[in-house]
Design a protein around this ligand. Structure first.
Ligand SMILES: NC(=O)c1ccc[n+]([C@@H]2O[C@H](COP(=O)([O-])OP(=O)(O)OC[C@H]3O[C@@H](n4cnc5c(N)ncnc54)[C@H](OP(=O)(O)O)[C@@H]3O)[C@@H](O)[C@H]2O)c1
Length: 203
């Protein structure tokens, strides 16, 4: 069934993406996006590899910024970027697993930047391989309508997941609820990290 919130809405030109953080999430998403033609640079604290730059330099050249750093660091990193973010889509993949209470980092995003929360609700293994038993996993995300929603939708699909839009910034907490569901099932119920969600719809 074609639903409004899972249809493709974005343009097709390659995007200039700054992935902030080059760990499990950053490298997994960045590799997927580069493989389909996006221009990906990793913003890191110690640049050296050819596809890395300082966080500030990576962001300066990008139209999309994906945060893939510890949740506890996200607000400070965003604050350090100051006025570099207006006009850009900022996708926050971070989770407050440290329990700092400092999230949502995007609450303090500079005016004119376009916020999204995506890639929070599943373990990275499911981004590396989004098909389980022949079924493509869904990724539930929240994003401001317009550019943020279009870009997040496209980048989720480019990873190989089916995007499902939950709403705008008012749905950020709902994303966190799904993350808690994933953690509960994967760890407390011991179902393991190779666990994802699928939405079924009917009339
Ligand atoms: N792992 C998952 O399955 C998963 C799933 C969904 C969401 N997430 C969330 O995604 C985020 C990243 O998780 P991860 O598993 O990719 O972590 P990770 O493997 O530990 O990588 C974290 C990266 O962040 C960098 N970093 C740390 N502090 C930084 C700072 N102050 N400024 C710039 N870069 C900094 C680290 O760089 P250095 O080498 O310089 O330390 C490292 O490259 C977390 O918020 C996590 O909760 C994770």
């Amino acid at each position: 069934m074609a639903l409004d919130n899972i249809e493709s809405t974005g343009p097709t030109d390659p995007l200039r993406i700054a992935v902030i953080g080059a760990g499990n999430i950053g490298r997994t998403l960045g590799a997927k996006w580069a493989a389909v033609g996006h221009d990906v640079v990793y913003g890191v604290r110690s640049p050296g590899a050819p596809d890395t730059a300082s966080v500030a330099d990576a962001v300066a050249r990008a139209e999309v910024v994906a945060l893939a750093i510890p949740g506890a660091a996200a607000k400070d990193v965003l604050a350090s970027l100051g006025q570099a973010l207006p006009g850009k889509v900022v996708i926050d993949a971070t989770n407050d697993v440290e329990g700092t209470g400092k999230l949502h980092a995007l609450d303090e995003l500079a005016d004119g930047a376009h916020p999204a929360r995506a890639f929070n609700t599943l373990g990275w293994e499911n981004f590396a391989d989004p098909v389980i038993d022949g079924v493509t996993a869904d990724l539930f995300y929240a994003a401001e309508e317009g550019r943020a929603k279009e870009v997040a939708h496209r980048l989720i699909a480019d990873v190989g997941l089916r995007p499902v839009w939950l709403g705008g910034v008012e749905a950020f907490d709902l994303v966190d609820s799904l993350t808690r569901l994933w953690f509960t099932l994967a760890f407390q119920r011991k179902l393991g990290r190779r666990l994802a969600f699928k939405m079924l719809t009917g009339r």
